[in-house]
Ligand binder design. Structure first.
Ligand code: NDP
Length: 326
């Protein structure tokens, strides 16, 4: 038997309960894992609150991330004792996810953790941090380097934003943090932000093309914010888009693309190919300072997850949350 947080559909929406499950309830896969840590991402908040139809089969153990140690494996790539991380794929949609002490999953979904990262570090990073790394890789892929100018990071106090600031500053970029929480300036500067701006300067409708300010941007907010970032990005600059904290709309124009040769790079973490994941995790081990990661992380238990979800929607959660499932 093992403990899990199970999501069920009720007349009022979705309820979550701590339950005991047995191995019979584990889903198909070649690898079974003793889960050590999990986390809470924005997408998990959407799933558990029912604000988005993330969970497609009830009852289901939610959570898109898990990290732990392999217990049994019939997959060539993994052996008993391997430390592994899983981000996305079918977890929390059709397959039991990370809010349980055990999981059985497809081996192709797993990545072996780099030596220098613990399973707790892996969940402090989580999908949010791995997506921040995917965003940095996209900036590099499009040719950016620190000599080109400032990079603005939106949703700065969030998981994607916090990790992106830490990585970009370590790589030598001058990072501008856009936030609705100016009272967190000290935290953001400690992560590596050189300048803090009020997110309201980006969130209202603006000109389709504006004064050039940024060499690039890592955006997890979308909507008017993303449109304004595009309008303010320098000639041949690069903007990444992964999120929708402000909204899913994109009410802009083609002018930044056709007049300034801007690149808009889409970022998807859920179905990213294996080689991209391996690259991202290897670069996280190299380019994210563990001291900064610890400073942006707090640890909770399984029973605390619903409170964290409420805090995310109230804009009260800063950085990353690790869930100790044991
Ligand atoms: P968090 O909840 O940790 O952070 C979101 C941050 O966005 C908040 O901390 C806040 O930062 C800012 N924010 C919140 N509401 C608004 C608003 N109305 N207008 C402007 N800014 C706002 O979420 P994550 O960092 O985990 O995820 C961020 C986004 O990225 C989400 O939309 C998520 O779904 C998406 N995402 C997408 C992935 C993909 O594969 N494409 C993977 C991971 C995440 P502050 O207080 O500093 O202003």
């Amino acid at each position: 038997m093992f403990r899990a947080l199970l999501a069920s559909k009720t007349h009022d929406g979705i309820s979550t309960d701590i339950v005991e499950m047995d191995d019979e309830t584990l889903m198909e896969g070649e690898v079974s894992i003793s889960v050590e840590y999990s986390t809470v991402n924005y997408k998990d908040a959407l799933a558990i609150s029912g604000q988005a139809d993330v969970i497609q089969a009830f009852p289901l153990v939610p959570e898109i991330d898990l990290a732990g140690t392999v217990e049994t494996s019939s997959h060539d790539g993994f052996s008993i004792g391997d430390r592994v991380v899983l981000n996305g794929w079918g977890l929390s949609q059709t397959h039991h996810g990370g809010y349980a002490q055990k999981a059985r999953v497809k081996g192709d979904w797993l990545v072996k953790l780099p030596e220098s990262l613990s399973t707790k570090d892996a969940m402090a990073i989580g999908t949010a941090g791995y997506t921040a790394m995917l965003s940095v890789l996209a900036l590099e892929h499009a040719g950016l380097d620190p000599s080109r100018g400032d990079i603005v990071v939106t949703g700065a106090n969030g998981g994607v934003g916090s990790v992106a600031i830490a990585i970009l500053s370590k790589l030598g970029y001058r990072v501008v943090a856009s936030t609705g929480r100016p009272e967190e300036e000290e935290y953001l500067r400690a992560l590596g932000a050189a300048e803090i701006i009020d997110r309201r300067t980006l969130s209202e409708p603006g000109s389709p093309i504006a004064q050039e300010k940024w060499a690039g941007a890592v955006d997890s907010v979308g909507s008017n914010t993303l449109v304004n970032l595009l309008a303010q990005t320098q000639y041949r600059g690069v903007v990444t888009t992964c999120g929708l904290a402000q909204g899913v709309d994109l009410p802009g124009s083609v002018l930044p693309f056709i007049l300034r040769n801007i690149t808009l790079a889409g970022i998807d973490s859920v179905n990213a190919p294996k080689e991209v994941r391996l690259m991202a995790w290897s670069r996280l081990a190299q380019d994210l300072e563990l001291g900064k990661l610890a400073a942006m992380t707090h640890v909770v238990g399984l029973a605390d997850v619903p409170n964290v979800v409420d805090g995310i929607f109230q804009g009260k959660v800063r950085g990353r949350t690790v869930v100790d499932v044991n």
